[in-house]
Design a protein around this ligand. Structure first.
Ligand code: B12
Length: 458
């Protein structure tokens, strides 16, 4: 049997927190390969439990609902960040542990597959691939995932991978067969999310949460978002598959589950409505979280009640702005009156202030700091928590051209400038200091809202 090693690379950034972040695409890839007859080995450089076991000097820690801090160590920043006043880190396991995990492999793999997430985390990808190459100089390394799709040319030149893959997953079995002579017995399974086996959770000896995706694709075309490029085709996971995944993880005492859908209450609802009713009727007691935000327009009494009864604990809503003009030109995702209605419904159902967060984009080209401040106040008036999402310019999105014109940094050729913390689209009307001030202001607003809601409930 051929053997393939799959690797989730290190993260390199100024800040990173394990907010239910697992390499779900790679975990599906691993289970598809395994069920097709390949021997699969899996190394997750971001596995907090593994890092803990090696007594990492700055070890990770557990926080709310299974989330937690990654272990980290400061590293030399790349030249693009030279004058940026924040410490740059590599997050994840140590190089020593990585080497040990590689040496413990039962055999030399025929192929190594590496995933990638944020485009600006590519130094972590480079470092991981370089380390793999030290051990297996002649084994081909294939890179896929979000950075590989959005910045293919850059990845071809700089990642160190032998091959950069941006084709749909359904075509991968043919590529494996034609290029490397690795046959797969389950080619049809690769074509749709509804046919994928459960993710390869056995890659983790210890898990503190699970992640799920009920659908991919989004009916909105917001100009700042890459979802239509990354997931152009709608695909739905069946109730049976989701139920199987949850039961398997419940056998491992997992209680917390985060959904990764871009449109959980729209496309995902086809499956989760039946799923949640079934879990409730069978007496499951679980916590669900939606860190990637749900659509305000899709919230109604029926959905809200079902989410509440099923145990949803962390809700994030995508409002993005309270300016009616921006709401129109940024994709018509939600209007203020729809937002007010949605919050009223959620509160009436029983969701509390600290359970409902609202994402607000900040630093979008053409936006003023006052717009963001007004949005923060607007959200606070409705007694739910505002969260700033600093704008990250993303290639192949409709807003990219405007971002390129506004930014004084070379965002075209240097993906490090897509980093939301770096805020490359700063300009004379919206400075880096404005962004810092808005983030501090929003933090204070959140603390005040939480104290008031705690005082009210005691
Ligand atoms: C879920 C999600 C999150 C989760 C965390 C996910 C994680 N694992 O870390 C949360 C909510 C925490 C999150 C946060 C953020 N996110 Co986010 N997120 C997503 C989302 C919606 C889905 C990603 C996903 O897991 N998809 C599901 C799995 C099944 O697919 P996949 O991993 O892409 O893999 C598929 C293929 O690529 C392929 N594949 C994967 N690996 C490999 C490897 C090989 C070899 C091969 C052949 C194939 C292959 O297989 C899969 C099959 O379909 C994407 C948007 C999108 N629609 O993709 C944004 C997205 C990745 N996020 C984005 C952003 C901007 C952010 C934030 C910065 C938002 C903010 N401003 O605060 C934060 C930063 C997080 C941090 N840690 O610092 C941007 C990326 C920007 C960039 N420059 O790269 C995206 C693209 C959204 C957007 N705005 O367009 N995010």
């Amino acid at each position: 049997m051929a053997s393939i090693l799959l690797v989730n690379p290190w993260i390199t950034d100024f800040a990173a927190y394990d907010l239910w972040a697992k390499p779900l695409g790679l975990l599906f890839l691993a289970s598809l390969l395994s069920s097709g007859g390949v021997d699969v080995a899996f190394i997750d450089c971001m596995d907090r439990a593994k890092a803990q076991s090696e007594r990492h000097p700055i070890s990770g820690s557990k926080r709310f609902y299974g989330t937690g801090k990654y272990p980290k160590r400061p590293i030399e920043p790349p030249r693009a960040y030279e004058r940026f006043p924040r410490t740059y880190y590599r997050y994840g396991i140590t190089e020593e542990l990585f080497d040990k995990l590689i040496s413990d492999l039962p055999e030399r793999p025929r192929l190594v597959m590496v995933t990638s997430m944020m485009t600006y985390w590519y130094p972590g990808v480079q470092q991981t691939i370089a380390r793999i190459k030290l051990h297996f100089p002649e084994v081909p390394v294939w890179l896929g995932g979000i950075y590989a799709i959005l910045c293919r040319e850059h990845a071809l030149k700089f990642s160190g991978a032998d091959y950069v893959i941006d084709i749909p997953l359904g075509q991968l079995p043919y590529l494996l067969e034609n290029r490397l002579g690795i046959p797969l017995s389950n080619k049809a399974m690769w074509s749709s999310l509804s046919l994928f086996p459960p993710p390869f959770w056995k890659a983790y000896e210890e898990l503190s949460y699970g992640v799920l995706v009920a659908s991919i694709g989004c009916p909105f075309s917001c100009p700042y978002c890459a979802s239509p490029v990354l997931q152009p085709r709608v695909d739905i996971r069946t109730v049976e598959k989701l139920y199987e995944e949850i039961s398997l993880l419940c056998d491992r005492q997992i209680k917390d589950f985060a959904f990764y859908d871009d449109a959980l209450l729209i496309y995902g609802w086809h499956s989760i409505e039946t799923l949640l009713k079934r879990l409730i009727s069978e007496g499951y007691s679980l916590n669900f979280h939606t860190p990637n935000a749900i659509h305000v327009k899709a919230i109604d009494e029926r959905k809200s009640e079902l989410l509440f009864q099923a145990g949803f604990k962390t809700l994030r809503l995508g409002l993005e702005t309270a300016s009616p003009y921006h709401q129109r030109v940024w994709g018509n995702k939600a209007e203020n009156r729809e937002f007010a209605r949605a919050v009223r419904i959620l509160k009436k159902t029983g969701f509390t202030t600290d359970q409902v967060g609202v994402y607000l984009l900040s630093g979008v080209p053409g936006q003023r700091p006052e717009d963001v401040r007004q949005a923060v106040d607007f959200v606070a008036e409705h007694e739910v928590l505002p969260f700033i999402a600093e704008y990250s310019p993303i290639p192949r999105t409709p807003m990219w051209e405007k971002a390129r014109r506004v930014s004084t940094f070379d965002i075209e050729n240097e993906p490090l400038y897509h980093n939301n913390s770096f805020f490359a689209c700063r300009n004379k009307d919206f400075s880096y200091e404005d962004m810092v001030e808005l983030k501090n202001y929003t933090r204070k607003v959140r603390s005040a809202l939480i104290s008031t809601s705690m005082a009210d409930s005691s």
